[in-house]
Design a binder for this molecule. Structure first.
Ligand SMILES: O=C(O)CCC(=O)C(=O)O
Length: 205
């Protein structure tokens, strides 16, 4: 469970340079960058996101029944102000680092709230839009309780495991959304809330 530290509560939240990110090359031109503790001092930011984001529940069809999606979500498009100033800085820092190679800025922010270990997201790629056919970037900033993000190649192969802690950055790049899938599994561990902020370029979801 994420325990707010007295030091962390003193904030304000700050960003480390993205240059310290560590790349793991996957197969088929996919890769993952991971930087533990990219955002430092983010207890107040987490608290703000938990209370100010207009979280909504979703339902979906499964095996002929309508069931609750086991997490809450929110969506900030290109024109919507982000709910904390540090997220604007984070998006700008990610764009400065990645846009020279990729050619496009990060523009939208999806948010997910995993309330406890029962919340999860099943295996999927972000293939609504251009991620289905083109290389793209999805940058995740994780706040709160640590959770595991799994990645596996479509069609079978070894599953890779990334532990995402409070303030960590994980960027999925190259062909990752169409040649690999990712998931956040449920856990029986005593975990508190986790907020995932996903920055994407326009036209990727
Ligand atoms: O919780 C995460 O960081 C992953 C979120 C995700 O895969 C998605 O919303 O598409």
């Amino acid at each position: 469970m994420h325990q707010p530290s007295l030091l962390d509560l003193e904030g304000p939240a700050t960003l480390h340079p993205v240059a310290a990110v560590r790349r793991t090359k996957l197969t088929a031109g996919a890769w993952v960058d991971h930087q533990p503790g990219w955002v430092e001092g983010s207890d107040e930011l987490l608290d703000g996101l938990l209370h100010s984001v207009p979280w909504r529940a979703e339902r979906r069809e499964m095996y002929g029944r309508t069931v609750d999606v086991p997490r809450l979500v929110a969506w900030y498009d290109e024109r919507t102000d982000l709910p904390h100033p540090l997220l604007h800085d984070a998006r700008a820092a990610l764009t400065s680092h990645y846009a020279p190679g990729f050619g496009e800025p990060f523009t939208t922010a999806g948010m997910c709230l995993y309330r406890d270990g029962h919340d999860s997201v099943a295996w999927h790629g972000d293939t609504i839009g251009r991620g289905a056919t083109h290389d793209t970037l999805v940058a995740i900033v994780s706040f709160g309780s640590p959770r595991t993000l799994l990645l596996r190649p479509r069609g079978g192969g070894t599953t890779r495991r990334f532990a995402l802690g409070h303030g960590d950055l994980l960027v999925m790049g190259g062909s990752c959304q169409r040649t690999w899938e990712h998931a956040v599994p449920k856990t029986s561990g005593a975990v508190g809330p986790r907020v995932s902020v996903q920055f994407r370029p326009t036209g990727v979801r």
